[in-house]
Design a protein. Structure first.
Length: 127
């Protein structure tokens, strides 16, 4: 309740600045149309980092473990998210294997350049 009273006790200029910054943060949080999609390792990395950071922060701060957990959780989430993204970029993308049996091309069988479709030619290659 004190926070609300403190906010309304500020000057109008400070209130507008605070509301403007909050509004911009909400708008920029929703603007993901131009960005590339993050790797699937980002969010699990951030979650694991937050959990580990909160545990270590709570254990390290004996006077106020909640404060240590909050600070450790924020730092761990940031570090874990970055580490997960770096790990995701280092992995080779999944490429499905061909299903079934494809016999090797026969002698004298010519396949045209990839990207153009032509009827198969079973004679000598043009040249």
């Amino acid at each position: 309740m004190k926070t609300i009273q403190r906010f309304w006790g500020l000057s109008l200029k400070k209130q507008l600045i605070i509301l403007g910054v909050l509004g911009l943060s909400f708008l920029t949080g929703c603007s993901t149309t131009g960005m590339a999609s993050p790797s699937p390792y980002l969010l699990p990395g951030a979650g694991i980092g937050a959990a580990l950071g909160a545990g270590i922060g709570a254990a390290a701060n004996h006077n106020n473990p909640w404060r240590g957990a909050a600070i450790g959780g924020l730092l761990g989430a940031a570090g874990g998210g970055v580490a997960g993204e770096v790990y995701g970029r280092s992995q080779t993308p999944y490429q499905p294997q061909q299903q079934g049996y494809y016999p090797p091309p026969q002698q004298g069988y010519y396949q045209p350049q990839q990207g153009t479709y032509q009827q198969p030619y079973y004679g000598e290659p043009p040249g």
